[in-house]
Design a protein around this ligand. Structure first.
Ligand code: NAD
Length: 466
């Protein structure tokens, strides 16, 4: 039953509480009209050639690149992240546009041999229909690009439901796409909370793609299953970075700090668990703390650790630290505040948590803020047990100079993305991203096969008469 009415929503910046802009939240009762518009647009959009859709997407990517300064400022005000970070994210989104656009000239589909004489069989890539894309705020422009570009390229029409926190950048992104030649009915942006998203799901899109938390993702997957939509879900993580005794400890510490604290820890791929061989625990700990204590945090533009997205996220983060402390975790706060403390109400101070029992649920929870947890290990198997004890399986990293050990451990780690002597984060657009267990359903975003992920197939048999 949907009863709410449309209303206006004002987004205030986590940097200083200033108004970023206003958007209209849709009346959930009006979603049928949105879906009908997308369905009507599907016929003509899906019948354009894939090459022409590629040209439009390339044009859009170029336009996003031209708009990057404005868009990055907007993202900074919406999310609080440093301008350089927002710019780098937009660069990735532009590259994703070029990668997807190139599929206009790539092989598509395949031919199968048939046992029947005089029968020719081809498998074509075809669109599903209406793609409902529900996304989070943490890297808004890449989040839009990873889903919108391949959906449209495949010939689907799109309804985007962004996070209210980044509603303005979603509008800007769509405006650029429309100016580049995507019909407005083929890409609609709908604003609202879970009630709006739920009503859109009930309206029966043919494809649903979601990036967000495990709890919401499970609800989305259930609702999508009821309408039998193809479903892509990219969810949370509690990602281990394992430091073996023979690792380059200095480099491992620098990388762990970047993986744990960049984007203020608001990353699905954040290194929120650092698992350290007992013999070098103290040495690694000291290197890590020496470096991490120099981090700046706050609402200044050039800080290492920016604000969180809103005050509620800060409360959730502090609540996690308090619960970790009650569970015998020892919290060390890090860094130096930089900015304006009178206005920086969404600031969270970075922290390291030690002493948690790895078998407790709290030791593997996702907290989505600037902290990480340390765990010592004795044997290789113990390290792997701790790493795999999380309900998530998104990313992982192993630090060792022993290539045999690294390859052995990678084979046992539960994660969709693993690096050896590298970070737990840092996806590249041509590499598929996603995980298993509570991190996802085995589908992938980005990567060279992203257009296939957002496409259906059709088998066409021609009987040429023998
Ligand atoms: P969230 O699940 O609260 O919200 C995500 C989106 O779902 C938003 O657009 C929100 O408005 C919408 N939503 C809220 N309630 C809904 C409902 N009942 N039905 C349908 N949609 C609903 O997540 P969040 O807090 O915005 O984002 C943080 C989470 O996203 C973290 O768990 C993080 O790990 C995850 N994440 C995953 C990836 C990935 O690629 N795996 C990338 C970035 C973030």
């Amino acid at each position: 039953m949907v009863t709410a009415k449309s209303h206006f929503y004002t987004r205030y910046s986590p940097l200083d509480g200033s108004e970023v802009g206003v958007v209209e939240f849709l009346d959930p009762a009006a979603v049928a009209g949105v879906l009908a518009t997308a369905r009507a647009a599907f016929t003509s959009w899906s019948q354009t050639t894939i090459e022409s859709r590629g040209r439009v997407i390339r044009q859009a990517a170029l336009a996003i690149e031209s708009d990057r300064e404005f868009l990055a400022q907007l993202v900074r005000r919406e999310t609080g992240k440093p301008l350089q970070v927002a710019l780098a994210e937009i660069g990735g989104a532009v590259e994703m546009g070029f990668l997807v656009a190139s599929h206009g000239r790539h092989p598509s589909g395949y031919v199968l041999p048939s046992a029947v004489p005089g029968k020719h069989v081809r498998v074509e890539r075809v669109p599903f229909g209406v793609a409902l894309l529900i996304v989070t705020y943490n890297a808004p422009v890449p989040n839009y690009a990873w889903k919108i570009f391949p959906s449209l390229m495949a010939g689907n029409t799109v309804v985007l439901k962004p996070s209210p926190a980044t509603a303005l950048s979603a509008n800007r992104f769509a405006k650029i796409m429309w100016a580049a030649g995507v019909p407005e009915d083929a890409l609609q942006v709908v604003h609202g909370e879970g009630d709006v998203a739920g009503a859109l799901l009930e309206a029966g899109p043919e494809l649903v793609s979601f990036t967000g938390s495990y709890n919401t993702g499970q609800q989305v997957a259930e609702a999508a299953a009821r309408v039998l939509a193809k479903t892509v879900v990219e969810l949370g993580g509690s990602n281990p970075l394992i430091v073996c005794a023979d690792a380059n400890l200095d480099k491992a510490a620098t990388t762990a700090i970047d993986s744990a604290f960049s984007n203020a820890g608001q990353r699905c791929a954040s290194a929120s668990r650092v698992i350290i061989e007992a013999g070098v625990y103290e040495e690694f700990r000291q290197i890590f703390l020496d470096k991490a204590s120099k981090l700046s945090f706050g609402n200044a533009d050039d800080v290492d650790v920016s604000t969180l997205v809103n005050a509620e996220s800060v409360r959730n983060f502090e609540d996690y630290l308090a619960r970790a402390s009650e569970a015998d975790g020892v919290i060390t706060r890090l860094g130096t505040f930089a900015g304006n403390s009178a206005t920086g109400h969404c600031v969270a101070q970075p922290a390291v948590i030690e002493g948690l029992d790895a078998s407790q649920a709290i030791a593997a929870e996702e907290f989505f803020g600037p902290a990480t947890r340390f765990f010592p290990f004795g044997s290789e198997n113990e390290a792997l047990d701790i790493a795999n004890s999380s309900p998530y399986a998104l990313t992982a990293a192993v630090w060792t100079e022993d290539v045999s050990r690294a390859e052995r451990m990678v084979r046992t780690l539960n994660a969709g993305v693993v690096s050896i002597n590298g970070p737990t984060h840092g996806a590249e657009i041509n590499m598929p991203f996603g995980g298993a267990k509570n991190s996802g359903n085995g589908t992938r975003d980005a990567g060279v096969f992203s257009v296939d992920e957002y496409s259906d197939t059709r088998v066409v048999s021609t009987f040429f008469g023998v």
